[in-house]
Design a protein around this ligand. Sequence first.
Ligand SMILES: [Zn+2]
Length: 429
Amino acid sequence: MADLILGQTLSFAGDPFEEGPGVARHERRGAVLIAEGRIAAVGSADALTAAHPDAAVTDLGAALILPGFVDAHMHYPQTAMIASWGKRLIDWLNTYTFAEEMRLADPAYAAEIAERTLDLALDHGTTTLGSFCTVHAHSADAIFSAAEGRSMAVVAGKTCMDRNTPEGLRDTAQSAYDDSAALIARWHGRGRARYAVTPRFAPTSTPEQLEALGALWAENPTCAMQTHLSEQVDEVAWVRELYPEARDYLDTYEARGLIGPGALFGHAIHLEPRERDRLRESGSALIHCPTSNTFIGSGLFDTARAKTEGQRVGLATDTGGGSSFSMLRTMAAAYEVGQLTGTALHPAHLLWLATEGSARTLRMENEVGTLATGTAADLVALDLGSTPAIAQRAARAEDIWEAVFPTIMMGDDRAVAGVWVAGRRLRGG
Ligand SMILES: [Zn+2]
């Protein structure tokens, strides 16, 4: 039997960075028809109610129905250490991150944190995420198992590191290849799971390990490849010392086959002109993590510039370097960083980045991130007046953008009125 959800609906017929906010499709009294876990139709409430008299109706009133949020870069093992004080990237990793990732050597703890992370993601309206794991192969099993239990589409991979990390968090070039290959065989394409070949970043991999992972990705081209690039100036200088032959930071990956469609580069803030050219030409994606960049003091990513020059850009929390599980808070931070780099991003830009834009970077836009017919019914419904402060501002709104922007800037998990994954309602109601 079909389900019919009534509320305001908002989706995009194109990329608003290229075509302007006018590509948004807003229905003030809209509806989404769900059948067998997929979106069967989107239209006006009156038309779909008349056409499907037997559907089970859920009327959400003025709530705004969107595709579920897509968080293109995060670290589930860092959930329990989010908001750790006072460090910058390298000492933050050494002080907090590696100590916590060490604890995931215990498979039971890894499973507990994986379950907790996906529960928190759903609380905040995030239905798909791309996550790093730890060096332990079972940490990837843990997040894929937790996702399977919720029917969530998750992209993840065992994090590979064979130098500059504590003894308990080190693999080798060969074991990274072997363990990742076994995980790909076990999980990639099983249900909604997608695997990402995952070197943490150039400083914690030897050239031999990056070489092995480049070969693995070439053998499994439908996998994603996720890593970090040019997050902090100190890190860029360190990479220059570690890879004296490389033309620049990106070249440490490029020389070993680790760029191209499906490559996800977290941060990508401090780029050389050659790197910008190669990222664009290769169809790689830049993943903007604004709360992380301000929290760890990394720098300001210029979203408007990247989009204008033709880069693929996604949006992400980067928890626990990021300071929020919420893609609403992440959009707000992207807006603030945009202001500091000279462009006020439109609400259409922000909402597109948090849904379809991120889905495109994961090469999953035919499955998640839109309200297109035939895609998975992964949805979030937002209450646009979830707190008194937001409600009194939204009451003045004269169009959908004025109505939704206070929730983008001031909203949190209290704004999440409902979440559906593969057509099943997992939050609200
Ligand atoms: Zn990260």
